[in-house]
Design a protein around this ligand. Structure first.
Ligand SMILES: O=C(O)CCC(=O)C(=O)O
Length: 250
């Protein structure tokens, strides 16, 4: 699925934006699914997942919101079909460098217009450490995510630093002064594009100050032969095979 140059780019930089994994029509369909799900859920619960550290580190984030739902495949069968999409999982296998791809969890995020919360810079490693560091994220964009919508930002090559020490206050994050969000490389994306990155790649994202929501699904996946080094961040559906074969594992 991916070219040699794309795989080399990923190896060098720890991230890769793959354009057009979903068609504009598919992306629009899933955008609607996400917004409808958020509306159903918000009738009974608060969906805001803004990190305490985001409020602390970004002056404009005092009253911002990010709508969130974990493991969306338990709420709509459309998401079950999406996470086994062959285009998505073949590219994931190329990036992991193994034929088999296993689910860790999924996370829907809607950054609302004008007040969408930022994410301080961090690695995902402290949340769910694994022995061989095969864990990657795939962020599927269901609408365009230009810089002003708070697109994801990365520190290229940072996956080579290995696990870094984080502060756990208000979400695992790196020192704000050393890793300001705005200094990281922005990864603007179009609806249907997928951003893949290692759980060791330092990443975060800015505020959505535009007049449109930013709608994404993040799928965290790994090589099934890579065991967790701590039994943390367990969730329903963990261990489901998305491509190839493997043994269920939480
Ligand atoms: O979607 C984003 O803007 C970033 C999400 C993120 O960094 C995370 O969930 O770890």
């Amino acid at each position: 699925m991916l070219t040699k140059d794309q795989i080399q780019f990923y190896k060098d930089n720890g991230y890769l934006l793959v354009p057009g994994v979903l068609s504009p029509k598919e992306a629009a369909f899933y955008r609607k699914e996400c917004h409808e799900l958020a509306e159903r859920l918000s009738a009974t619960r608060n969906l805001d997942a803004t990190w305490g550290s985001a409020r602390e580190s970004v002056a404009q984030a005092k009253d911002t919101v990010i709508l969130h739902c974990h493991d969306v495949q338990f709420y709509s069968a459309a998401f079950s079909r999406l996470i086994v999409n062959v285009r998505l999982t073949e590219a994931a296998a190329d990036i992991i460098g193994a034929p088999n791809v296993q689910l860790h969890h999924t996370k829907m995020f809607i950054k609302p217009p004008e007040k969408g919360s930022p994410f301080p810079m961090h690695q995902d490693h402290p949340y769910f450490p694994h022995e061989r560091h095969s864990m990657i994220a795939a962020i599927i964009h269901f609408d365009d995510a230009p810089i002003e919508k708070g697109c994801v930002r990365v520190v290229p090559g940072s996956h080579k630093l290995g696990p870094l020490e984080h502060s756990s206050e208000g979400g695992w994050h790196l020192p704000f002064e050393k890793y300001p969000i705005e200094s990281a490389v922005a990864c603007p994306a179009k609806a249907g594009d997928v951003l893949y990155f290692s759980y060791l790649t330092i990443h975060g994202s800015g505020l959505n100050t535009s007049n449109e929501a930013r709608t994404t699904l993040l799928i965290q996946m790994r090589d099934p032969d890579d065991p967790p080094s701590a039994h943390v961040h367990l969730s329903r559906g963990q261990g489901m095979m998305l491509r190839g074969i493997g043994m269920p594992r939480s």
